[in-house]
Design a protein around this ligand. Structure first.
Ligand SMILES: Cc1cc2nc3c(=O)[nH]c(=O)nc-3n(C[C@H](O)[C@H](O)[C@H](O)COP(=O)(O)OP(=O)(O)OC[C@H]3O[C@@H](n4cnc5c(N)ncnc54)[C@H](O)[C@@H]3O)c2cc1C
Length: 362
């Protein structure tokens, strides 16, 4: 089946939904493609109240933020949404995007502008037996627990003390699991002090300078061997100890899902501060390929608040290319750009700022 749209958005997380609402409001014929059955991306797993700024829905649960965006989207008849549909490939010469619905129906989609908002995928770790059932990524644990009401196990060891590791540990404790410890190879806890303090008050020790040596189990996970690491992250061989557990949860970072951007011929750069390979872009989030925009974690792993603002800016950039520019849109754009700068200000935003300096200048 063939379709044409002014703008196509791939991914319905906070970045894609904010972009969709701007374009819907501007009356553009827009399509949002989402591989999951629901809209919201990672927001749907987030039962905790958001931190950050009030303007970006701090104090509201992630899943309720997704509902707010979806309700607005439903009011725009010019926005179509294909769920259960994966954007699988792009043919630059014909400028055709292929998308597969339910692994059965193939759509050929052409467009004037496109916004890639595919988010990020979870990293894993290399250790013996890392494929035993019972070893999960933190996102998978959140999906099971918060979307489907399934507790993945009862005795948990969490790897990673960043905000994701801390928040998912807290949610596991709330769901009745025993989080035995959180380990991190780094010498310091990576997440916010407020989250770490909450976990410690609930009796969970956080061991920094520790990593996984190997997993043990015949058919499923039964225990793990943990080991101390030195200042160069090398294992200290006589420090191995065993902890029994039925779940090992890995919260060790995310990688931008940039496959479509590679296919589209965008100028890509490996930027560790942003999580992996990300495209060069201008202030409108337009990549080196005219008409191809990027927003959210695929542009650099950050937070929902920045994803929302980048989605807004990318949609405004697409409107600019389509010749739709007015004072109200300009005002919204200036506000979003200033706000984005503000949330990346100070020591917390230092890593992101240094990563962006490598891709924004072109
Ligand atoms: C445990 C946890 C807690 C967090 N807490 C906070 C918080 O309190 N505050 C905050 O600001 N941020 C928080 N974040 C971060 C925030 O959730 C992410 O930064 C944000 O969701 C990124 O938005 P996004 O739209 O870029 O991507 P996502 O939310 O990941 O959405 C991307 C969407 O694209 C879809 N997709 C991918 N590829 C394709 C394809 N080929 N075809 C079709 N669809 C596709 C995916 O299915 C997904 O729905 C948290 C993250 C986690 C994991």
């Amino acid at each position: 089946m063939k379709h044409f749209f002014d703008v196509v958005i791939i991914g319905a997380g906070p970045a894609g939904l904010c972009a969709g609402n701007i374009l819907g409001n501007a009356g553009k014929k827009t399509l949002i493609i989402e591989r999951d059955p629901f809209l919201g991306g990672q927001l749907l797993k987030q039962t905790h109240m958001f931190f950050g700024s009030r303007d970006q829905y701090a104090g509201t649960r992630g899943l309720d933020i997704a509902k707010i965006f979806q309700n607005e989207l439903n009011s725009y008849p010019n926005v179509s949404v294909f769920t259960d549909t994966t954007a699988t490939g792009y043919y630059p010469e014909e400028k055709i995007l292929l998308a597969m619905k339910d692994e059965k129906e193939l759509y050929e989609i052409s467009f004037d502008q496109i916004i890639i908002a595919t988010g990020a995928s979870e990293k894993s770790l290399l250790f013996e037996n890392n494929d035993l059932p019972g070893i999960f990524g933190a996102g998978a644990v959140q999906t099971l627990m918060n979307m489907y009401g399934v507790l993945p196990g009862t005795e948990i060891i969490m790897v990673g003390s960043g905000n994701i590791g801390l928040i998912v540990s807290y949610q596991l404790l709330q769901a009745g699991a025993n989080v035995k410890c959180i380990i991190d190879a780094a010498p310091h806890i990576g997440g916010y002090f407020v989250h770490a303090a909450k976990i410690r008050r609930m009796g969970v020790p956080i061991y920094t300078q520790h990593t996984i040596h190997r997993a043990i189990g015949k058919t499923t996970l039964e225990a793990v061997e943990l080991v101390k690491v030195d200042n160069s992250w090398k294992k200290i061989s006589d420090s191995v100890f065993t902890e029994s557990c039925d779940v090992l949860c890995l919260a060790v970072g995310l990688v931008p899902m940039s496959e479509l951007l590679w296919q589209m011929g965008c100028d890509m750069n490996f930027v560790p501060e942003l999580g992996g390979s990300v495209p060069a872009r201008n202030q409108w989030m337009e990549t080196s390929v005219r008409g191809v925009f990027v927003a959210g974690d695929v542009a650099g792993v950050e937070e929902a608040s920045s994803a929302m603002l980048e989605g807004t800016i990318a949609a405004i950039g697409a409107l600019k290319n389509l010749g739709s520019w007015n004072a109200a849109i300009e005002k919204k754009c200036v506000h979003s750009l200033e706000y984005l700068k503000e949330i990346r200000y100070g020591p917390v935003g230092e890593k992101i700022r240094s990563g962006l300096a490598k891709v924004e200048a072109r």
